[in-house]
Design a binder for this molecule. Sequence first.
Ligand code: OFO
Length: 165
Amino acid sequence: MLTEKICTALNKQLNNELYSAYLYLSMSSYAASIGLKGSANWFMVQYQEEMVHAMKFYNYINSRGEHVKLQAIAAPPEEFKNLLDMFEQTLNHELTITSSINDLTDLALSEKDHATNIFLQWFVTEQIEEEENDRDIIGKLKLIGDNGQGLLMLDSELATRVFVP
Ligand code: OFO
């Protein structure tokens, strides 16, 4: 069993992860529409990873004898300035996710819910990688600036990302 507070917070985080998936799906489509197929692939893999995150919360809530209460998923942005804008928005979004995972971990500790605390550790670690990946790509995009050839080279690199379930 979960306390009501924890259950509500886990359901909220499930919604956050579904929104993340939606956001990256929107970015994937936009990247494809401006001819950046490799970037579209990168965001599509990110979408798939977010669905895995969402399902981890879904399964955990059920495994503790509760049921999931799905909320509406907000519409993500549909227009972006360029690839740098997309990755800066991605990093900013991931920072808010890190903060919500930290708040959830604080709550689990204050409620003495050790199982939920252990469950959340995977996400604490995952967020380090999420932020690092975004920072690396933002750094490259800043170096590339207006250089079209550099952008195409980075796009080819982003095309190699594969989804590992
Ligand atoms: Fe689920 O890590 Fe991104 O949002």
